[in-house]
Write a protein that binds this ligand. Structure first.
Ligand SMILES: NC(=O)C1=CN([C@@H]2O[C@H](COP(=O)(O)OP(=O)(O)OC[C@H]3O[C@@H](n4cnc5c(N)ncnc54)[C@H](O)[C@@H]3O)[C@@H](O)[C@H]2O)C=CC1
Ligand SMILES: O=C(O)C(=O)[C@H](O)COP(=O)(O)O
Length: 372
């Protein structure tokens, strides 16, 4: 069996090395002719798997993406050609929860806000949105959930998009879709942006195209020229990645290169989900476990001797994940050729808050994502 994998997918050798010849390649450089004799293709979000890529892939029987999002995969084509497909739903939802928690605390520091007096609108309440909502509630925030597809079945738990957009902070967690009843491409468009007030905060850790980046830039530039407050923006994802609208970056509080989901645990779960799916497809039993993939965390345990207020939570989170380091690296590298992909390829090992055992006064610790 020949397997071709994105070179940035960790643990491929450990999980698939027993029974396969493994070839790795940068995800943006996989070419149709490379797939001629390949049986299994494992990708990440940057490889578009479509008719053009699979034109010569006559032996291909399995495609896996170690990601939650599947907007880069033509799943109908795979089904038509009888090629098995697996993704990794939920694999990095905890990492996204940690990222947004770190962002909320940084925003609060910047604005001098006590988060327990603030509302958070969560747009898209699936795997990642639920993680974010739980952490925000643990901080004492009022959370408004917006998910029109889910609201069709549960009419009481959700608010409309317009109401969610009125929250102090609005965090987006939708898949990128262009059609259907609830398309998300430019969900935050020029009209939605015009309705926002200057004091609001927006977070995008889903897909860049969900926000109209040029319309946001226009609003930020106008506010700058008029000397009024700008929107506070946290952007992990950008339209047209790996390109970035560079003139928008100075108007963004936290700018990162699509790494919200990049915990070591999240990546391990992603690759493991594909290993499990391939074992099932080939009807062989699994010889590995996800736990064996992870080294011990650098910080094993923290003992608290006082109830964690917002400042202490911020220090604790920063101990495990310092979002400002990601922002600084982004700004330093912006403009260098290939900077976006390089930062992602060389991303430092990041552990989830759940890798740290919090003991002492930890009522809120579990909801924030720590192990208690
Ligand atoms: N920045 C990063 O590193 C990461 C980004 N992602 C992105 O985040 C997206 C969401 O991930 P999950 O929460 O795991 O997906 P999910 O599929 O579990 O949840 C998505 C939710 O969005 C809802 N939704 C769909 N259209 C909507 C609309 N128009 N308005 C409001 N809600 C809508 C769905 O009903 C669903 O409940 C992924 O599709 C992926 O593109 C995911 C992981 C990491
Ligand atoms: O899971 C998803 O969906 C994501 O956006 C991934 O975290 C992105 O990682 P890459 O596949 O782009 O390395």
């Amino acid at each position: 069996m020949k397997l071709l994998a994105d070179e940035n997918m960790p643990f491929v050798q450990e999980l698939f090395g027993d029974g396969a010849e493994i070839v790795t390649c940068p995800g943006r450089e996989i070419r149709p002719e490379q797939l001629r004799d390949v049986d299994v293709l494992l990708v990440r979000s940057i490889t578009r798997v479509d008719a053009a890529l699979l034109a010569e892939a006559e032996r291909l029987s399995f495609v896996g993406t170690a990601t939650i999002g599947c907007d880069h995969i033509d799943t109908e084509l795979l089904a038509r050609r009888g090629i098995a497909f697996a993704s990794a739903p939920g694999c990095n939802k905890v990492a996204v929860g940690d990222y947004v928690l770190a962002a909320l605390l940084r925003v609060a520091g910047h604005k001098g806000w006590s988060l327990k007096d603030k509302t958070l609108g969560v747009v898209g309440v699936g795997n990642t949105g639920v993680e974010v909502a739980a952490r925000a509630r643990a901080l004492g925030m009022t959370v408004l959930l917006c998910d029109p597809p889910r609201a069709l079945k549960d009419t009481t738990a959700f608010v409309g998009f317009e109401q969610a957009l009125g929250a102090d902070i609005v965090s987006f967690h939708v898949p990128l879709t262009h059609g259907g009843d609830h398309p998300t491409w430019h969900l935050l468009d020029q009209d939605a942006i015009a309705g926002l007030s200057d004091d609001q905060v927006l977070i995008n850790a889903c897909r860049g195209d969900v926000w109209d980046n040029r319309a946001l830039l226009a609003r930020q530039q106008l506010a700058h020229q008029q000397g009024s407050s700008q929107l506070t923006l946290v952007m992990d994802v950008w339209e047209h990645e790996p390109e970035v609208l560079a003139s928008l970056v100075p108007h963004v509080l936290l700018a990162t290169p699509h790494i919200a989901g990049y915990s070591l645990e999240g990546k391990a779960r992603g690759t493991f989900a594909l290993y499990r799916a391939l074992c099932e497809q080939q009807q062989v039993s699994m010889r590995h476990t996800p736990e064996q993939l992870l080294p011990p965390p650098p910080i094993g345990a923290v003992y608290l001797n006082q109830a964690p207020d917002q400042a202490l939570v911020a220090s604790l989170v920063r101990l495990v994940y310092d979002i400002e380091q990601d922002d600084t690296a982004f700004r330093q590298a912006l403009g260098q050729p290939g900077f976006f992909d390089r930062l992602r390829k060389q991303y430092p090992q990041r552990r989830e808050l759940g890798s740290v055992l919090l003991s002492g006064m930890t009522d809120a610790g579990e909801a924030l994502g720590f192990k208690v």
